[in-house]
Design a protein. Structure first.
Length: 152
């Protein structure tokens, strides 16, 4: 486990984005937090690159990316964990690229949990770029939760 100051809390960080893969990661992380008594820090990040919509595009002032991210976070928590749960949950909305945001949030964590990619048969076997970055750079153990195969 990572070194931590005397008396500091144990915590698990899980990254979500509203996808089914991230919901699976949240389910797994919540169960692990319940088993270990750790706080669960649920992180969603947002970042808009000028290249996302073409060079020099001006974003409309009424677009609230932070608010939209917060809405996704709250809806995902409600769907996956519900209310009246026994674990301590700290929701975090952070501006930035997902992998560096998760690595920073996981500094001193017991565990970092992310979902795998899962787009189709072949791509579903691959690890997504955020998960790969976290696995190769995190200072704590990382769990990558795969979405269960769909029934046919």
């Amino acid at each position: 486990m990572p070194d931590r100051p005397e008396g500091s809390e144990h915590f698990i960080v899980v990254g979500i984005d509203g996808s089914e893969e991230s919901k699976g990661a949240l389910t797994w992380a919540a169960h692990q937090a319940e088993l270990t008594g750790a706080e669960l820090r649920v992180v969603i990040s947002w970042h808009i690159s000028s290249m996302s919509y073409g060079y020099g595009m001006i974003m409309p002032a009424e677009v609230d990316f932070e608010g939209a991210s917060r809405d996704v976070l709250e809806a995902t928590l409600k769907e996956v964990i519900g209310e009246g749960h026994a674990i301590k949950v700290a929701p975090l909305v952070v501006q930035g690229y997902p992998a560096p945001v998760l690595l920073e949030a996981a500094h001193g964590a017991d565990l970092l949990v992310v979902g795998s990619r899962g787009h189709g048969a072949f791509a579903g076997m691959l690890l997504g770029s955020v998960g790969e970055h976290c696995v190769t750079h995190a200072a704590c153990p990382v769990v990558v939760v795969r979405r269960p195969p769909q029934a046919t």
